[in-house]
Write a protein that binds this ligand. Structure first.
Ligand SMILES: Nc1ncnc2[nH]cnc12
Ligand SMILES: [Zn+2]
Length: 340
């Protein structure tokens, strides 16, 4: 099979996106347009200068820019435009279902009402389902560098809108902010009927993955690549089919691994884990989900069977209903059966 035929096959493969921070899809061009629209001054003269600053050496160096960039998001229309731009890109990559994170505390701390962010994001997601056929779920992420009290305050603000939120997550600076800090908050979320996920084992140790499982009772682990340092944990994740939402290009940009050729994506599959491919903060990390798939296929020379397994894992790991799962498995199997 030629390289271009392989790329075309990969592009047509139905994909999910289960680890995507909507604030991390803010492209420099849109950031400057929103800054102009809202009378916000950015500390960079132009798009090129901003992009040149995207040279990260760890998670925190990225987060500092990411939170500053989100400062241009003020109105419901801003959140709509941001989300719609993302959905159009996802559609081009044949993403058929998204489960996206938003960080309400990043916005409410700046005086932007919770409902402004929620309304803009949701309106775009509803339009995306109607016009692009992309199914969706929405996940509210708590910022782990803030206090437990701040997390409870964010949950309080979300209470009138719980019917519009499918689950909660935990993101931001991992070092020094273990999942146990949020055990009571996540217990309250569980009692409210919210599904739970958490970033763990990105920069933090395998023990944080154990904590997320045991103390937060999560359905998935976001990143989780450092789980490979603990054989008992790998066995547990495999036995209980707890998925990992892996973000390969993010891991390279944030220096978790030196190059994609060193990335353990294949090892995760070989160890029987429900590993999935996702883009995390694509405007900052140089690639949307399609580019993550293609870059991994190239760098790791993934076989068609491995790519099919990754696509099936995305469906299994998602919170779409069973009828939708059956439909997408069948479509993936049809592509798997095409002559190579
Ligand atoms: N990769 C990441 N890890 C933790 N928090 C984040 N917030 C946005 N992207 C993140
Ligand atoms: Zn993330």
């Amino acid at each position: 099979m030629s390289e271009s035929a392989r790329a075309d096959w990969l592009r047509r493969l139905p994909k999910t996106e289960l680890h995507l921070h909507i604030e991390g899809t803010l492209e420099p061009e849109l950031m400057f347009a929103l800054a102009l629209r809202n009378g916000v001054t950015l500390p960079y003269p132009d798009v090129d200068a901003l992009r040149a600053a995207y040279d990260f050496h760890n998670l925190q160096s990225f987060l500092d820019l990411y939170y500053a960039g989100a400062g241009v998001l003020l109105t419901e229309a801003d959140f709509y435009d941001l989300t719609w731009a993302y959905l159009e890109r996802a559609h081009a990559d044949r993403v058929v279902h998204v489960e996206i994170f938003f960080d309400p505390q990043t916005h409410t701390e700046r005086g932007v009402p919770f409902e402004t962010a929620l309304a803009g994001i949701r309106r775009a997601l509803v339009d995306g389902e109607a016009k692009l056929g992309i199914g969706f779920r929405l996940i509210l992420c708590f910022l782990r560098h803030l206090s437990e009290d701040a997390g409870f305050a964010a949950l309080e603000q979300a209470l009138p809108f719980l019917s519009q939120i499918d689950g909660v997550g935990l993101d931001s600076s991992e070092h020094g902010h273990p999942p146990e800090k949020f055990a009571r908050l996540f217990a309250r979320c569980k009692a409210l009927g919210l599904a739970r996920v958490a970033h763990a084992g990105e920069e933090g140790p395998a023990d944080y993955v154990w904590q997320a499982i045991r103390l937060l009772d999560v359905a998935r682990i976001d990143h989780g690549v450092r789980a490979l340092e603990d054989d008992a944990l790998v066995a547990y994740l495999a036995e209980h089919r707890i998925p990992l939402t892996v973000c390969p290009l993010s891991n390279i940009k944030l220096r978790v691994f030196d190059t994609l050729a060193d990335h353990p994506l294949r090892t995760l599959l070989e160890r029987g884990l429900v590993a999935t491919v996702n883009s995390d903060d694509p405007a900052y990390f140089g690639g949307y989900v399609g580019e993550n798939w293609q870059a991994c296929a190239d760098a790791l020379d993934l076989t068609r069977a491995e790519l099919v397994q990754l696509a099936r894992n995305g469906i299994e790991a998602s919170w779409m209903d069973d009828a939708a799962k059956t439909r997408w498995y069948a479509e993936i199997d049809t592509l798997a059966a095409e002559p190579a």
